[in-house]
Every structure is written in C-alpha cells, then in structure tokens.
Design a protein around this ligand. Structure first.
Ligand code: GTQ
Ligand code: FE2
Length: 353
C-alpha cells in the first residue's frame, strides 16, 4: 500500500520544499545569513590570549639554536617566533603580528632576501652586527630600532667576536591574511662589504632635529630613516619624564619627513615608567607586542598579570586592557598594528581608570 501523502495546508510552504531549498542553496555554494551564528558579534571574539615570554628562556633557547642549527639557504634566519598559545599552534604573537628572537653568532651572515611583509628589529643585547638595508649598512646596538620596510633587501652580518640576539617584529600574519605575501632571495654571492661608521640613511635623515634635505621627495610609504638610536630615544624620554606629572613618558618613532608612523602597518613606540608609577589603563582594538628593555614591572593585560624583568616580552591582543606598574625604573619597546586600524577607520579605544 502506498504511504499516505500529506499535503501542507493552504498558504504554508511544504516541508519538503523547504528542505529542498536548503539543499539547492548548499549545492549552489551559497549560505543563508539567517542560519549563521556569531557572524556579527558584539565585540571581537578573541583567539589570541595575553601572554608573556621570559628572557631567560628566550636567551637560553636562542643560544642553543646557535650551537645546533646552521644558517643555510632555505632557513635563512635563525629565529624563534613567539607563538601565542591561543592561536592554535600558529607561529604568531598576535592575530596580526609576528614577534621573534633572532640569534647571529660571531662571523655569521644571514643572507640577503626581501619580502612584502615589513620588518623591524629592536636590539636587546650584544653588539657588532650590522644589517644591510637596500645596500646601506646599518650598525645595530642595544636599544636601537632598525627598520627593514616592505620589499627592501636585507641581510645581517656579524663580523664581531660575540653573538647578538635581537627582537624581530613583522606584519606577516596581517600580510598573510590579506594574501599579500611575496618573497625573493638575493644573490647567493656574498660580497665582503666594508662597514660604514654611519648609514647613509642616518646621514641624510637622522642628524639634525627638524631638518630634512630641501629636495626630499616622498617616494615611499615608509620612513627613509632606517635606524633610531637609543641615545636619541633615551634623551627624548629623559626630557619628557622631567615634565611628566605621573612618572610616565612615551615617544612614538616617526618618519622625520612627515611625522607619521615609520611604516604603514606598524607603529613603534618607547615607554618609560618610573619605579612606583603606573600607566593609565586603556584598551584598544588591534594588538601589540612589547619588549622590556630595562627595569622590572608588573603588567596587567586583560585578566592576566605578569611580572616582567629585562628582556621579557609580552603580547597584548585586541581589546584587552593594559596597564604597567613599574617596580624599578623601566623602559618598554612596543610595536602595534594601530596605523592599520586608524587608516581603515576601525580604531577604538576606551580609558578604564
Ligand atoms: O631577519 O629577515 O623574524 O625574514 C622573520 C622573517 C626575521 C629577517 C624574522 C625574516 C627575518
Ligand atoms: Fe627578512
């Protein structure tokens, strides 16, 4: 006997018509909005977590990598990346930023290459390394910020007697998510170049406050000054903190020809907090990576609290409140994706105290 045929009441869609519809939609590689959950959350649902990496561990493992792992073509760089435990094993410090420690032993060279992700170095300890940026040799010393902007050739040389470890940051996760990553190796032939005492970039753009060459023409989106020296950063902070009412002072690294961020995707800043002082508690969207250059402090990031000493690094994910309370006079280097958020009209911030 044939099964009874149910007919939907007049005006109601027939059950199997609705099922058929969903099936046709899926078959056509479409999805209805009304079945989506959480596509437009009230606040960013964060994967990355507030996290800190201790210098002791970073240094020990960087040194061990120096003993065990050669620098060859293919690897190119002896780098340990900060891997945020919230990001499912990805080698990223935050959703948009790569952070890492790089180790270069005496006599070693990290060969030339270029890539569209922009990079910067902040030197923690050691000396004697210079980075060749588009052919311009830039010496590196503790506290210095060195830029290798998008698509600039760069190679690192350590002709000295001691190893050097520095902090790297790149906008690599952002560039990856935009499908904007290109990479190219330089010539294998290493040329033995003499080190100039000071880079052409600094001679041209870094020698006099408020003065740039008369005939400078904007050609790029990044700063033509590739190195910001600790002596200058320290002096600026020392003067500002004299004027400061709350024992904190911050400077932003800018393109000297335009006063804008050093690179279009990354903001760089340095923050001084005197012992016993605390920074105001803010949260912002966009993320940042921090390096404790000097001193010690307790930082609160979101719900977490970290005790930081020299060399310790930490990640501040989007929309996590940050406040730093110094237990000794402290200096922090920070890099963030803030310029991206500002240019796209997506920036938000909230003062929480
Ligand atoms: O020094 O060129 O941490 O290309 C990651 C990728 C450093 C570098 C990193 C790189 C470099
Ligand atoms: Fe690189």
């Amino acid at each position: 006997m044939a099964s009874p045929k149910f007919v939907a009441p007049e005006g109601m869609p027939k059950k199997n018509e609705v099922d058929d519809f969903y099936e046709s939609v899926a078959d056509a590689d479409l999805q209805p909005l009304w079945v989506q959950k959480g596509i437009m959350p009230n606040e960013p649902p964060l994967a990355a977590v507030p996290f800190a990496w201790k210098w002791k561990t970073l240094k020990e493992l960087a040194e061990l990598s120096g003993e065990l792992i050669p620098i060859d073509r293919g690897g190119d760089r002896r780098v340990l990346s900060l891997s945020n435990p919230g990001l499912a094993g990805q080698p990223y410090a935050t959703q948009t930023l790569w952070g890492a420690v790089q180790y270069l032993g005496p006599g070693e060279v990290a060969p030339a290459h270029r890539h569209t992700p922009a990079a910067l170095r902040f030197v923690i300890e050691g000396s004697g390394v210079w980075t060749l940026v588009n052919g311009d040799p830039v010496p590196m010393a503790p506290g210095d910020l060195v830029l290798t902007p998008s698509w600039s050739w760069h190679e690192h040389h350590n002709p000295g007697k001691i190893p050097m470890i520095w902090f790297d940051a790149l906008d690599l996760p952002l560039a990856r998510s935009l499908d904007a990553v290109f990479f190219e190796n330089g010539p294998d032939q290493m040329v033995n170049r003499a080190v100039d005492p000071i880079s052409k970039s600094e001679l041209t753009y870094g020698t006099s406050t408020g003065l740039v060459p008369f005939d400078h023409a904007d050609q790029t989106l990044f700063s033509p000054l590739f190195a910001y020296r600790w002596k200058d950063t320290d002096r600026a902070l020392s003067r500002l903190i004299e004027l400061s009412a709350d024992g904190t002072a911050s400077v932003k690294f800018v393109d000297p020809t335009r006063g804008i961020d050093v690179m279009p995707t990354m903001r760089c800043s340095m923050h001084r907090v005197l012992a016993g002082s605390r920074t105001r508690k803010y949260r912002r969207n966009g993320s940042s990576v921090w390096v404790t250059f000097r001193g010690s402090a307790v930082v609160s990031v979101g719900e977490e609290r970290f005790h930081l000493d020299e060399g310790d690094m930490f990640a501040v994910p989007s929309w996590c409140a940050l406040s730093i309370e110094a237990t000794q006079d402290s200096d922090f280097f920070c890099t963030s994706d803030a310029p991206v958020f500002e240019k796209l009209g997506l920036a938000r911030e909230e003062l929480l105290d």
